[in-house]
Design a protein around this ligand. Structure first.
Ligand code: ADP
Length: 471
């Protein structure tokens, strides 16, 4: 049990201005494992004032010194890795070994990477008679979801702080505990007061107060399309810069010459990572019609290897979903798939051997048509749709038939052919022939998947303004 009774701003833990609390539940046992205060707009106002005051000095700290602070922050988080991983496994349901690596070690590494990026960033450029300088945007409001709680926070705060911005962060109410531990680490190293401020609470109250606050210059938001639309509208009223990382319905295009025995399992694994609670997951698998049934059999074989169970059991690959609401939402989509005529090939309900916790069986639908709800809407759970296509152009058309454009995959026997199809996909990322995630690569959406990019050196630019000085 980890309970915070305060917010963290102005370099100190500060009593909440409201009396409410938010209980954090274990997704595996449904027991209370943590608690944070339910913040108010008043708390936000105090935190933004602290961030504004700190911006005056932090923006003038030389980049090399800001980089050193990030290195110190990463070092202070390292001994906390096991505890944070355990907390996130409770909050989100992620299997502990994956949680340790992906939910915690990777973001800690990413803090250090941002230190390197700002050390080597070119912040001035001469263009004709102008000196063009990159300056920090100002106070950044960061609002994050629960699926990769520390990662999503680090994707925002590390480049923001590196660029010279100060931050007011509102972590997801379902998974706020790692943000509390981040504040502890920042406090321990003596990060200057007001540089990193955290207010716990609900999106509609605390989140919206951050977005609307006149002292906030920019909003960096990751979450659902519906909430992102609201954030963009409120931020638009104040003509604020926004960076939005929203949903996805990514397609994995398996070309007819691909080695199916390798490609299909890779596609299943990608779709199911973090029990499908991943915005970039390849939730649509596009296969040549003539090889559809073969692909579905291979997908079922792979799925059977992904053991569903307690996130703290070493044999578990897939844990529960993060909340009862999420479980019910996913089950609702599964019902929708059945009623719209998709063929249920595996899973499709709650596992009878796991009565407690928010478990949903990993599920495959076959013969899914592009217009079906399960092929269009983001489900955010362990549900794979297999869609048959007729020829390469049809595959590209189906892949791009989405309001989203976040990620995707292509697999072919030849790299050139895969690359050719990858160039035709309207998405921010594409992995070809099983290529791995690259922590230097910009990550973000085309279309309604969002605005702006996170991760890697390009992320820094989101947090800069350009000033031209004619000389
Ligand atoms: P998820 O269910 O993936 O967490 P949401 O989009 O509901 O997706 O939430 C993502 C984050 O956005 C959370 O921190 C949530 O509290 C916050 N949020 C939700 N609605 C709003 C809003 N209207 N304004 C600002 N933040 C919001």
């Amino acid at each position: 049990m980890l309970a915070y009774d305060s917010h963290y701003y102005g370099g100190a833990w500060q009593a909440s201005r409201g009396a409410g609390v938010i209980d954090v539940l274990s997704s595996a046992t449904e027991a209370v494992v943590g608690r944070v205060p339910r913040g108010t707009p008043d708390d936000v106002d105090q935190a933004v004032r602290a961030a504004r005051a700190a911006f005056e000095t932090w923006s003038q700290v030389p980049p090399e010194q800001r980089a050193n602070w990030l290195d110190k922050l990463a070092a202070a988080l390292k001994p906390r890795v096991p505890q944070i991983a355990e907390l996130i496994s409770h909050e989100v349901g992620t299997a502990l070994s994956y949680s340790t690596k992906v939910q915690v070690e990777f973001p800690v590494t990413m803090i250090g990477m941002n230190a390197r990026f700002i050390r080597s960033a070119a912040l001035e450029e001469e263009l004709g008679t102008s000196l063009v300088v990159k300056e920090p945007v100002g106070v950044v409001g960061c609002i994050t979801p629960w699926n990769y709680p520390l990662h999503q926070v680090v994707c925002k705060i590390a480049p923001a702080l590196a660029a010279g911005c100060t931050v007011v962060l509102k972590p997801a109410e379902l998974a706020p505990l790692s943000a509390g531990m981040l504040a502890e680490a920042a406090h321990e190293i003596g990060l200057p007061a007001g540089v990193l401020n955290i207010v716990f609470g609900e999106g509609k109250v605390v989140g919206e107060a951050i977005v609307a606050h006149r002292g906030v210059d920019m909003v960096s938001f990751t979450g659902s399309l519906a909430a992102g639309r609201r954030v963009a509208a409120v931020a638009g009223d104040g003509i604020k810069r926004v960076c939005l990382e929203l949903g996805g319905k990514s397609a994995f295009v398996v070309l007819d010459d691909a080695p199916f025995e390798k490609a299909i399992p890779a596609g299943v694994n990608n779709c199911m990572q973090n029990s499908g609670q991943t915005c970039s997951a390849w939730t649509r698998m596009l296969v040549p019609r003539a090889r559809h049934d073969e692909a579905v059999e291979l997908a079922k074989t792979q799925l059977a290897k992904l053991t569903l169970g307690d996130p703290f059991d070493g044999a578990t690959r897939l844990g529960p979903l993060a909340s009862a609401a999420q479980r019910d939402r996913v089950l609702g989509y599964i019902d929708r798939g059945k009623s719209e005529g998709a063929a249920l090939a595996a899973g499709g309900g709650r596992p009878s051997n796991l009565p407690n916790g928010y478990y949903v069986e990993p599920t495959i639908f076959a013969n899914v048509e592009p217009g079906m709800t399960i092929a269009q809407e983001e489900i955010f759970g362990p549900v794979l749709s297999v869609l048959p296509y007729d020829g390469e152009d049809d595959a590209v058309r189906i892949a791009n038939d989405s309001i989203y454009g976040l990620a995707g995959g292509v697999w072919s026997a030849t790299k050139e052919r895969a690359l050719d199809v990858a160039r035709r996909l309207r998405t921010g990322q594409v992995d070809i022939n099983g290529a791995r995630f690259n922590a230097l690569a910009p990550f973000g959406g085309y279309k309604q998947s969002g605005v702006g990019r996170e991760i890697g050196p390009h992320a820094l630019d989101e947090f800069f303004q350009l000033k031209a000085i004619q000389q």
